[in-house]
Each structure stands twice: as structure tokens, then as C-alpha cells.
Design a protein around this ligand. Sequence first.
Ligand SMILES: [Cu+2]
Length: 222
Amino acid sequence: MKKFLLTMSIAVAVFGAGATYAQNDQEHTTSVIAQVTGVSLKDTFKKKIILQWTAVDDVSGYQIYLMNKHKKKLRTLYSNTTKKTIKKLKPGKRYKLKVRGIIDDKQEGEWSEILSFVTDEDDTNDQDATDDSGDELDITTESIAIEDFAFTPASLTIAAGSTVTWTNNDSSTHTVTSTDGGDLNSGNLAQGDTYEFTFDTPGTYTYRCNIHTSMTGTVIVE
Ligand SMILES: [Cu+2]
């Protein structure tokens, strides 16, 4: 009797495992199918595009992976609808992107095919295009040295989305502190310390060292 029960429970266990496996396999198949298709441009402007794609069932949202023409990652964005406006692009530039569905916190759908596109060279309807001079700035990572009681370069022009790292090469303590009410605020930087800030919004950012207030600098974000 004991042996019979044991056999029964093994049979149930095996059957149960089989069923679970089949179910998991089906879920896995579903996640592969959850591939975003139909990624296309609804509209293009000088500095932004409106992107759309086909809805995928059972996803909680979508992730957009924006790259430059060399497929170097620029940004990831999120959307909970099948449409997304991507701003802060440069005019006449080639970009690439792909989209995937987010199924839950730990599971993502397959990436879509890569969409390659070029922003408009000229578009008078673009409300974002107010002061563009047709420059060719890319999103970059820049360095400013704090040296001999000065910021070098004292003025830096970068594309929105770029990151600047300040490094204090002096033995004196310095700071990078906004003088226009902005968010730049390094606190005290000892020798060798660095401070990093990503400029997402175009504008002119002025700052100084709070300890030596004649040390000033400007970052122009286009
Ligand atoms: Cu200083």
C-alpha cells in the first residue's frame, strides 16, 4: 500500500511537472511573439519625431531604445501607449531606434526591427526650431578641468542630452555651483574629485566656485 501511494504521487508529480512545463513553454512562446511590429514615423520635424507602432497584447508599456547612426546608445524612453514623441534631436541627422514591449518587471518582449530615420533639415512648422543655426552637435560626454583656480574650458557648448564631468586638479577645494538657480551643485570637491551632470534641457547655464567666487563658467546647451 505504501509503495502504491508512492507510485501514485510520483505519477501525479510527473504529470504535474509536465503540465507546468507545457504552460511555461506556452508563456515563453507568448513572450517571443510579443514582438513590436509596424514601427514607423507618423511625423518628422527638425528636432523631434512622432513615432508609432502596432499594439501588442498583454504588455504594460513599451521601451524605445534610441541610437545614433552607428548604433551607439543615446537614450532609452518609455511609453505606455503605442505612440511616442521623441524630442531634443538634431536637424538633418540619421538616428536608429528599436521598440519592445515590457511584459512585467522581469520580462520584456523581443525588440522590433531597427527603424532608421533622418530628422528634417528645415521645417518652419516645428515649434521647437526657434534658434537653430544648423549646427552638427552630437550628444557627447565632455570634461572640464578645475585647474589653477579656473574652469577650463570656461565656456562649453554641447548638445542637449550630453554629460559634463568636472575634475578638480587643484590641491585647493572647489565647487561647481549654479549661479542661475539651476541644479548644478557639486558640493566641495577635493583634489581628484569629480562631479558629473547631464544637461537635458537647452539653455545657458552659469556657475561658479562658491569658495573662490571669481572662478566662473558657462555651459551652453543647444
Ligand atoms: Cu574654488
